[in-house]
Design a protein around this ligand. Sequence first.
Ligand SMILES: Cc1ncc(COP(=O)(O)O)c(C=O)c1O
Length: 476
Amino acid sequence: MDTLPLYRQLAIHYRQAIDAGTLAPGSRMPSLRALMDRHAVSLSTALQTCRHLERDGYLEARPRSGYFVRQPRRPACEPVSEPAVRLAEPARYVGIQERVTSIIAQGKQYPVQFNLAAASGACELYPAEALKQATIRALRNDPSVLTSSAPPMGSAALRSVLAERALPSRIVLGRDDIIITNGCIEALNLALRAVAQAGDVIAVESPTYYGLLQILEALGMKALEIPSSAQSGISVEALELAAQTYRDIKAVVVVPNFQNPLGAVMPDESKARLVAWCEANAIPLIEDDTYSLLGSTDTPLSAAKAWDRTGNVIHCASLHKTLAPGMRLGWISAGRWHERVAQLKHAQSRAQEVLLQLAVADFMGSSAYERYLRRLRLALRDQREQMIEAVATYFPEGTRLTPPQGGLILWVELPGRASSELLFERAMREGIAIAPGQMFSNSDRFDSCIRLSCGLPYTRELNTAMRTLGSLAAEC
Ligand SMILES: Cc1ncc(COP(=O)(O)O)c(C=O)c1O
């Protein structure tokens, strides 16, 4: 990914100053000369910065007076409704596969121009060239990686780097606590199979990542959907309440940081409380840590695993969203189920292919990785902000959205009894793919919600697509 151009970085900086009220509506933006001096940039960069902010509706140009901060065009959306702490409905066998398959099949009938359905970044956000060079180096150093058998737990070099890179999330692991998997999906599969079996009840967030519901369905397990908030994630109170009524919960699965689809981050106190509650009740906690690194700032978020003192938390993670969607690399640290997971992995799929692991270890071990991550976060923050602004501008009155502080997706609640399925069909006809809310639950509670990806660069064409989507939403 190229560095975000300087003018975009400056535009983000001033947009934050405007959002925070440091530059109030009606006040004068620093002159072009002041911007040049203050940030040591050229006239053209200063001008581009102001034009960019003008295009996004933050500034207006007044003849012979310069740029001024505009009155907000429209108030931001109200946050999505908070769920009540209520008793969860009884656990059910999941019937999501058919729904998801039919949605994907419908999607295939039309050519997709704007894929806002995938929780993934655009290809150009990821470091293809650096990974290519690292792969060539790895192969040159040791061509026998292609012909000798792969280490069962994965490359030691990669596991060492992952253990080191997990430290800022307050996870302390040795490399031998880690097993490399085929994405986080395989890690979740292994975790669930290690602690539960067909017929068992698994507590999950509601709404939740549909891939998790698909796994539960494939394993013949039942999902107990626990109310979850876009502000603070799973309601630990609702989980406790559910456990008093349904006494057979065999595991809890959560995405504590930038939950899919809500974008929620659990406060540290809730993470600690959840870990303690699971431990006290002898219920394994499976943590899916797919998005933690994609926050708006460089300040790392703590994993739930940070509070684990007894090995009761199984930590599953992915490099798919943060580094390389094409490589399908993930990992698991299974605590007290480590041996069981290692056996299951061996029985299920044997070891992962090694060359790409060596390449990733090389790149992730370098300072270039940190610089790349910073650029990725900045680009995603910019894209998220533009998508949030587009929803506020183009979607019908009463649309709700809680701006997430990171991640790749937005959860949007349409007003009234709008049908996300109908919107999905109509948007597909316009070449715009979205993820309808019904994919994220066994119930029909989220039928008027949609999930939108922020993975695409916010171009003029995408802006037009968002305007179209907003008009369609008003008719559904
Ligand atoms: C919460 C969550 N977990 C797991 C996955 C799948 O991860 P992977 O692609 O690494 O298998 C996704 C992908 O969207 C996800 O959103």
